[in-house]
Design a protein around this ligand. Structure first.
Ligand code: CP3
Length: 346
């Protein structure tokens, strides 16, 4: 008898196996839209205390699974643990977002103390071990990192504002960025390997600021480093790990990315034309996305319509249901429940 498995839908989808319905999780699923998160966040005192306390990080990682029974948990951490671990101090001030010390290019690009790096990030790995122990084996655990470019923009602009003005100037001569991209590539691959060794089943790379890079530099700054990270992970572990690449705002480069034949599922943002991409890209490539976080807030008939539109693809290609970017703090819980209901009925 042919049995379609109802367990580990994320991992199964990413490894080419059949599932009974699309896997469901949401970017930033542990966060401020959940009252239980706000409570633990207050207990922790600061965002960094929450990230670097394995018990509390485990607790907030599991909260959205308890409430919504998503198919996967994503470890509670941040992409900016990397600059912090290689010597550029990062602070989170309430309602200000991250603020980084000035970037000391030479010192950072020569970073070599990988034991200190592992030690600094050990609470993240401990949280992964604890989460894996407490998470039902039918659920997958996602480890993650930012990409070299996206982390570099925060380091160069010190996290300030959203104009990325210094990063844009640096792009005038992209070769000057290479030493920074290279050290970040090494650090990110190491962080991902450590997460897999601790128990992560799947990894996601967040390239939230990919679209700032002009087309002619995307191989150099985005896709070559992605390829390098994939090969470093493979070399270190002796096997590949299912990887989702979320390149926000660059779906116009996805055809090119597929031609490079990198073994990655593609995260798709809400401004991309999902159905056009479906026409344009090979049918075996896994898509993840792309409900608008704003439509999720608005709810109503637009929400139902957009969910159904995404679900129509699922019959014809491997598909992971997600948002097109992180869930926003003002999102009503009832609207998230509606997503769960419709995706489970697919
Ligand atoms: O998805 C999850 O639930 C796991 C946790 C997670 C966080 N950040 C927790 C967080 C993940 C996967 C991230 C990724 C992240 N962090 C990205 C890539 C995704 C994206 O949104 O584009 C980026 C760019 C960052 C950097 C970052 N962290 C910023 C710019 C900010 C401040 C803006 C904001 O959203 O408040 C953060 C803080 C942050 N990271 C919060 C959370 C829950 C909010 C801080 C708080 O609770 O006090």
């Amino acid at each position: 008898m042919f049995i379609i498995d109802m367990q580990n839908r994320l991992l199964k989808t990413l490894t080419g196996k059949s599932v009974d319905r699309p896997a469901l999780w949401m970017m930033r699923q542990a966060g401020r839209y959940l009252p239980e998160y706000l409570k633990t966040r207050q207990e922790a005192g600061s965002f960094w205390n929450l990230c670097f306390n394995p018990d509390l990080a485990t607790e907030v990682t599991l909260q959205p699974i308890r409430r919504f029974d998503y198919d996967a948990a994503i470890i509670f951490s941040d992409i900016l643990v990397i600059p912090q671990a290689i010597g550029q101090k990062v602070e989170f001030q309430p309602n200000h977002g991250p603020i980084l010390d000035a970037l000391q290019w030479d010192q950072i690009c020569q970073f070599q103390d990988w034991q200190k790096f592992d030690q600094g990030l050990s609470p993240v790995y401990q949280a992964i071990r604890q989460t894996r122990q407490q998470l039902n084996t039918s659920k997958d655990l996602i480890g993650f990192a930012g990409t070299p470019w996206t982390i570099a923009t925060y380091m160069i602009d010190q996290g300030k504002g959203h104009d990325h003005s210094k990063s844009r100037v640096a792009l005038n001569d992209p070769t000057t960025l290479i030493p920074l991209i290279e050290i970040l590539t090494t650090a990110i691959a190491r962080h991902l390997v450590n997460q897999v060794k601790a128990g992560a089943d799947v990894i996601q790379l967040f390239d939230s600021w990919a679209s700032i890079v002009p087309h002619q530099h995307r191989d150099l700054l985005l896709f070559n480093p992605l390829e390098k990270i994939i090969s470093l992970i493979h070399a270190e572990l002796g096997h590949s790990v299912p990887l989702i690449y979320f390149g926000r705002g660059i779906s116009d480069s996805y055809k090119h990315l597929c031609q490079r034949n990198l073994p990655a599922a593609l995260g798709i943002d809400q401004n991309a034309d999902l159905h056009q991409l479906h026409q344009d890209l090979p049918s075996n490539v896994v898509f993840q996305g792309n409900l608008s976080p704003q439509v999720l807030i608005d709810g109503g008939s637009a929400l139902d319509r957009d969910i159904e539109s995404i679900l129509t693809l699922y019959r014809n290609r491997p598909m992971i249901f997600n948002l097109g970017h992180g869930i926003l703090p003002q999102t009503p819980i009832a609207h998230v429940e509606r997503v769960c209901e419709l995706v489970r009925a697919a």
